[in-house]
Design a protein around this ligand. Sequence first.
Ligand code: SAH
Ligand code: SF4
Length: 429
Amino acid sequence: MNVSDSEVIFAILAKAGYERTEDMAAADVILANTCSIRDNAEQRIWSRLELFAAQKKRRPEVLVGIVGCMAERLKEKLLDSRKVDIVAGPDAYRSLPALLEAAAPDNPQINVLLSREETYGDIMPLRTDRGGVSAFISIMRGCNNVCSYCVVPYTRGAERSRDPETILAEARDVYERGYKEVTLLGQNVDSYFWKSAAGNTDFADLLESVARIAPDLRVRYATSHPKDISDKLIETMGRYANICRCIHLPVQSGSDVMLEKMRRRYTREWYLDRVRKIREVMPDCAITTDVIAGFCGETEQDHQDTLGIMREVGYDYAYMFAYSERPGTLAARNYPDDIPPEVKNRRLTEIIDLQNELSLESNTRDVGKTFEVLVEGPSKRDPSDLCGRNSQNKMCVFPAPGDTDIRPGTYVTVRILSCTSATLLGELV
Ligand code: SAH
Ligand code: SF4
């Protein structure tokens, strides 16, 4: 999400005549695109601000800006720190050139207005990835769910979908420039909806149109909400080999009591039914998830229910977090953050240990299989190896052939010979 926002910001600033540099010492403007999802994400930005302050001390004309969710959440409070000259929320990126123009070390500028319409639909993002293989495309902004732990609806505002024509134009453009994979992004892609005279477009329709651009363009997406993922979407995926066999379906907890308190609006049984449907249509589909450990009032039994559902689904991969109370959310207002840190961390460790086992089991099942792998480039660990992902989004590493040069963006067939919990290791066939 943030990479995609940064690419929109680069496009807006490039049009206004700014040039991008990664050398902080050479920059006239330093912007930090921020996340507020958990407290530690914000703490990292506060330490970055110390680094930026050192630059300002050496070169007082340098302007420092905080953009994105933390700007939206803290607003003027960021200016009070006296370390920031510009504060721009997620719907205020178009005003960045004007804010930069007006700002001076003694004259900070702020725009944190949220919009009901802004989708940056007409802006062609300036891609920042080096490989030129895989691109993110934002299809909607904001979120209308109010999961009780989550700050996103407050920092990114109401949900709005982007015009499908602009999404398709962007996907065609990156394909024509040699990209082989697009990931469609939204907080809850299942509620994507566009109404027009030509007819309505839901997420399954959009996904199908993107998949039809070219059979060698892989399509991924994130994130599906278990309460909304439809049979139509799952069946559409099943019909297109280039829609990747990987669904990120955040469960958060395996306990109905916690799910209710989290306001997720599904039950464990409902979730497991969605998993069954996915497996029925696409037996080879990877399922990945997000888990929160130690939400308000979580009992040992609730925690066991989370470990239980993880085993039952057998997730291929998971992002796992300790609950972090976010000011202003329903949970912060209604429920005490009462799980002691040592208990939260112990539960999180148990969840991570279990997921490592499940990932290893999942990868072990793939030993002996062959996969189509989209090459990303040399492996970081050993540059004589190449790496890339299979449709299930698993990283595959294999020796590069001595005689031919395989460019990033090439599809190859790889037979898996062994694995770790994080990687499949194989050979070209
Ligand atoms: N829209 C997506 C998730 C966006 S946030 C969805 O609904 O699944 C990404 C993940 O961060 C969430 O799935 C959740 O697991 C985690 N998260 C969000 N708020 C959190 C909080 N207050 N504490 C800990 N983890 C949190
Ligand atoms: Fe947050 Fe829930 Fe919206 Fe995801 S669906 S962004 S967790 S409120």
